[in-house]
Design a binder for this molecule. Structure first.
Ligand code: HEC
Length: 151
């Protein structure tokens, strides 16, 4: 029951900054509008940077001569970033932050479509228990498992 309550709180408090899918009530501005006077939380800002670097690789895949070799992803620190709401950094978050770091390290050691999708899985797995809103967006980062030189 506690989990349900915490989850409800997370969704309730963060709907305006991206933790719920696009089903906000009418009086909430669209997520992309600069509706937060003080901007994103530190953690949300980090997430945007993490998402951007996946998007950058997907974009690079469209350019001629793309190879996985030499691609790398920054490891962002997650545990010391202030979230929109403290309840987001729950036990699930703490369990999954290291798994995410591990997926990034594996990608950097041996970049491939599979390793890239492991990173996407690590994003997803944490989000399932902390902040389900961006799941659809995260899913779009997945690459075809046989994505090689070009797609
Ligand atoms: C360890 C848990 C965890 C991992 C791993 C994680 N996230 Fe998040 N993410 C969160 C939490 C919690 C929030 C809410 C942050 C806040 O509002 O302060 C969030 C917020 C977001 C947001 C919304 C930002 C906004 O505009 O408000 C996006 C997009 C996002 N994450 C994408 C990703 C992507 C892409 C990855 C993988 C590269 C990822 N996340 C990995 C927990 C995680």
């Amino acid at each position: 029951m506690k989990n349900v309550a915490t989850f409800g709180l997370c969704v309730g408090l963060v709907w305006s900054v991206g933790c719920t899918p696009g089903s906000e009530p009418d009086d909430v501005q669209p997520r992309l509008a600069p509706s937060q006077p003080n901007g994103l939380s530190e953690l949300a800002g980090t997430m945007v940077a993490m998402d951007d670097q996946l998007a950058r690789i997907l974009k690079d895949m469209d350019t001629e001569g793309f190879v996985w070799e030499g691609q790398s992803l920054d490891v962002h620190s997650l545990m010391d970033r202030h979230p929109t709401d403290e309840t987001m950094v729950n036990g699930h978050f703490e369990d999954h932050a290291p798994l995410y770091r591990q997926a990034i390290a594996q990608f950097n050691a041996s970049p491939s479509a599979q390793a890239f999708n492991h990173v996407v899985d690590a994003c997803k797995n944490c989000h399932l228990g902390t902040c389900p809103g961006p799941l659809e967006r995260i899913e779009k980062r997945r690459v075809a498992s046989d994505a090689g030189v070009r797609h």
